[in-house]
Design a protein around this ligand. Structure first.
Ligand code: AMP
Ligand code: MG
Length: 348
């Protein structure tokens, strides 16, 4: 299959957007930018389109897709009931990086929800995403546009690397703003539950709803505590080289990573180091990449997945990352990093 690359980095091209909408309406797949990461879109109400998404990504079919909408009117058709909590959260955070899990209506095929009777819904804020949804009939199922298991794509070239030749079109909207996937909140429980941390933090959700809890299965390695979002149980975001997080006081972390990178070099390997603007220059061994600055944490979430992909391309033999326990985004960034590291953490 020839994958069309539609350049919309400077402006939305109406003709190409109409073509993209036509592709989705006829069952095809279009990757597009959102404010979180690039999504791989297909018609959410067409079971064949959902099946094609799973095939293109190599995604396990029990891992449900998020349905993207462009206006509140669209919500009524795909959910059986809109609880007041959903309206409050939509008023506060939509369009934006928040996904809500609600009871699904019969309009949504089980192929889209991985067999569940709930559906995850989000209204993104990226103008190209909203325009594509409108041109496509109003309901786009879109997981992250990467091969299953690899880091989520934050630039069109990442989508190309994974899906070129497997999908109909890629809309290039330039690098994304947030860089990690949406917060997921489950509103079908008595107490709302965060299934995946993201840009919208637990505290922001609590300020609107009152009591909200984190899914206790989220970071557990105990199989008895399975995460409630089916996708969170899979190995994710994994770079090719083994990744270890080093956590502790800033000075001790730097000394430990420097030591580990030197050891890697002495045994003929090459370490990739994920640092920050504040200290990237202190490391004398390995390839150092700054994820951003601790004083502007979104710079870290924006760059994290891109750095993991770059280390794959550079064939480093091992990766060491500083921990990023920043105030608002720290929980989300560390959730992705811990998964990418397969829970390998050194405390110093
Ligand atoms: P991705 O599309 O790559 O951002 O992944 C979507 C995430 O949403 C996965 O972790 C899914 O398991 C989760 N998800 C989607 N729909 C539901 C649902 N109905 N209930 C719980 N989790 C869901
Ligand atoms: Mg994903």
């Amino acid at each position: 299959m020839n994958t069309i690359l539609a350049d919309m980095t400077n402006r939305i091209d109406p003709e190409l957007m109409t073509l993209a909408g036509r592709i989705i309406r006829s069952g095809g797949l279009v990757a597009f930018p959102t404010e979180t990461v690039y999504g791989l879109g297909g018609d959410a109400l067409d079971p064949d389109a959902s099946r094609r998404i799973y095939t293109a990504k190599g995604r396990p079919s029990d891992n449900p897709l998020i349905v993207h909408i462009a206006d509140m009117g669209a919500l009524e058709k795909i959910v059986s009931d809109i609880p007041s909590a959903a309206r409050l959260l939509a008023d506060a955070f939509w369009p934006g990086p928040l996904t809500m899990v609600l009871s699904k209506s019969p309009a949504v095929p089980l192929e889209t929800t991985g067999g569940l009777n709930t559906v995850a819904v989000r209204m993104p804020s990226h103008p190209a995403a909203l325009e594509l949804i409108r041109k496509s009939g109003g309901y786009i199922a879109a997981p992250s546009a990467n091969t299953s298991g690899r880091p989520s794509p934050t630039e069109a070239k990442h989508v190309q690397a994974d899906l070129d030749g497997k999908i109909d079109m890629i809309i290039d909207g330039g690098p994304v703003g947030i860089g990690i996937e949406s917060t997921i909140i489950d509103l079908t429980e008595d107490v709302p539950l965060v299934l995946r941390p993201g840009f919208i933090s637990l505290e922001m959700l609590q300020s609107v709803l009152g009591e909200v809890r984190m899914d206790p299965g989220l970071h557990s390695e105990d199989p008895a505590f399975r995460p409630k979002a089916p996708g969170m149980k899979y190995r994710h975001y994994a770079p090719k080289a083994s990744l270890t997080i080093v956590e502790g006081s800033e000075a001790a972390v730097r000394a430990k990573i420097e030591d580990l990178a030197r050891q890697a070099e002495e045994s003929g390997g090459l370490a990739g180091i994920i640092a920050t603007d504040e200290d990237a220059s202190v490391y004398a061994h390995g390839i150092v990449r700054s994820a951003g600055t601790r004083s502007d944490e979104i710079t870290i979430s924006q760059r994290l997945f891109g750095i993991l992909r770059e280390f794959d391309d550079l064939h480093v033999s091992v990766i060491y990352s500083e921990a990023f326990d920043t105030p608002q985004l720290g929980a989300a960034i560390m959730n992705r990093l811990i998964k990418a590291a397969g829970h390998q953490i050194i405390q110093v």
